[in-house]
Design a protein around this ligand. Structure first.
Ligand code: SF4
Length: 324
């Protein structure tokens, strides 16, 4: 996989395995893609498909029972070989993560300003408190909160405002890559729309790249340039965002689009995907979606399909390939 000048992230056959007492859970099992600078990729799939594990793997914040293999390069640097100390200087300053539940990510006994000072001083130890406060005020204002609220505690903010604080904390050091893991899931619909608008505006202002992890295809439609659909640790489809909604190719993508109410597909019939995702300790031999796929053929149960090129998209399905 060649790296061009504006490639920010390169994954090649990345595997992330949890070594548990009862077996090895292959949460991310050989996935490859690249991300360009300033690009937003939506990573979608059902719970347990490996999307959040992938987000955590990019920042190397996984338990010690995890094994990472393959190639994972960020901004030309090999993340897998980095020590914990080296990762500490990357997390927060070059790659940052915005989590689903801001209340559990903010320390309830620390004022908002102290969260900022702690984050800034981890990366710029010699910075004066005055300079750190000025950076914090700028970041907070950028997300639409008055700097006067730096002196307040997290419980004094509403859910939406806390998520804004988390976003400001994520952006204060101007990272190259923001990983947002279900950033709107815990919020009510009105606040979700405001946060989506805010993220759109900040993307323009800060020129950042974003990996947006979500089960909500409505959220990615608003924000992503490309979409990656994951299922059972594999990438099933990579496509331009508009193309994915207008012409989904993989049977799982089609099923997923029809399983969650959205405003993108006109006159959609809502249906559920029968069955459940496979056990990732002993996944099916062929296509991992075969037990739930109404298009499954003999080969699907015997041989794992590669990612086929289909009109600019990549699709892991035998319907699009040479079955010989
Ligand atoms: Fe369905 Fe076969 Fe395609 Fe898998 S490879 S999605 S089982 S048609």
């Amino acid at each position: 996989m060649g790296r061009d000048a504006n490639t920010l992230l390169e994954l090649e056959q990345l595997r992330v395995y949890y070594n548990l007492r009862h077996g090895i859970v292959k949460a991310v099992d050989g996935i490859s893609f690249t991300m360009k600078e300033k690009e937003t990729i939506g990573l979608v799939g059902e719970s347990g498909c490996g999307k959040s594990t992938l987000g955590l793997a990019l920042m190397k914040i996984l338990p010690s029972t995890v094994t990472m293999m393959g190639r994972l390069h960020f901004d030309g640097e090999d993340i897998i070989s980095k020590s914990e100390k080296e990762m500490q200087s990357i997390r927060g300053s070059k790659i940052t993560m915005i989590f689903q539940d801001p209340m559990t990510s903010l320390n309830p006994v620390m004022k908002v300003k102290d969260h900022f000072i702690e984050m800034i001083r981890t990366h710029i130890p010699k910075i004066s408190e005055e300079e750190a406060m000025s950076m914090a005020a700028k970041a907070l204002t950028a997300v639409g909160i008055s700097e006067s609220r730096l002196n307040e505690y997290p419980f004094e903010f509403s859910g939406g405002m806390r998520q804004r604080v988390m976003i400001a904390l994520g952006l204060v050091l101007n990272p190259k890559l923001v990983i947002a893991d279900e950033p709107t899931t815990s919020l009510d619909v009105n606040v979700q729309a405001q946060i989506i608008e805010l993220i759109k505006e900040l993307k323009r202002k800060f020129n950042m790249s974003m990996l947006l992890i979500t089960h909500d295809l409505g959220v990615v439609a608003e924000l992503a340039d490309r979409i990656i659909v994951m299922y059972a640790g594999h990438i099933m489809e990579i496509s331009d965002a508009i193309e994915l909604y207008e012409s989904p190719k993989h049977p799982y993508t089609k099923a997923l689009l029809h399983s969650i109410p959205n405003t993108i597909i006109e006159d959609m019939d809502l249906s559920y995907i029968p069955g459940s995702p496979p056990n990732l300790i002993s996944p099916p031999k062929g296509c991992r979606f075969a037990p739930r796929c109404d298009k499954a053929m003999k080969i699907c149960r015997e041989k794992e399909p590669p990612l086929f090129d289909v009109n600019g998209a990549k699709v892991k399905c035998w319907l699009y390939g040479d079955k010989e």
